[in-house]
Design a protein around this ligand. Sequence first.
Ligand code: ADP
Length: 267
Amino acid sequence: LEANFSVIRNEEGPVNGLITVLHDVTEQEKIERERREFVANVSHELRTPLTTMRSYLEALEDGAMEDENLGPRFLKVTQNETERMIRLVNDLLQLSKMDSNDLQLTFETTDIGELLRQIAERFEMITKDKNIEFSKEIPMHSVYVNMDKDKMTQVFDNIISNAVKYSPDGGMITIQMITRSKAVDIEITDEGVGIPKENQAKIFDRFYRVDKARARNLGGTGLGLAIAKELVQSHGGYITVNSEWRKGTTISVTLPYTVNKKAGVFE
Ligand code: ADP
């Protein structure tokens, strides 16, 4: 416990200054606990693909390589696991840059509707086998937002690829853009598995997944939305979730037209 606390009291009144000290200590403990959990998570996330790869490589060495069926299949598994580790390490590097305020953002005036149409088109191409239908409710007139285009593309890619991942075959994904007076809302809605109410607040936490096994099988790192949240915040915006279990999910991103970098709030 803190040793050098001071007792704050009004004249002859009651003691009312202890809570602040206790609060500081628990805050410190919380940071330390989160750091330990983070290291444990990283280790676990790296060990899982590594142990998978080891057993597949052993099987290949023990003869699966000569089997014309198993050989290529097992190699594919080790390839996929390698790809996932690369994604994980890249995500970790990006988070660590953001943590040390080292991430360079290059702001440029961008037609957000045009950007969303391009992203939607790309997803329409790559999700053909899943028969996902994209509904674009994006106004045709130009709406400009001051943003780092690559980083915001990464944010929307992550949200839309989650929507695809958790959607059934033939599901509909709606990309809606709503202009307001000082900011624009971008809402991505799917008809997928949904997220139970009690888990919703946590999906922006690092490594948090509602269904760990399922999310891992789908190739996720559990860091996508944590990165998205920080990137949106560094644009002076915010990201929220609205979802119903088994019905679908909406992720909303609100971005100010221009970022007031000093205050980090809407101009
Ligand atoms: P992951 O790499 O696991 O997708 P994210 O940070 O992108 O990690 O998402 C965190 C978790 O939030 C996911 O594992 C999943 O449980 C949940 N989630 C995110 N988007 C959706 C969605 N559209 N539908 C259902 N669950 C979702």
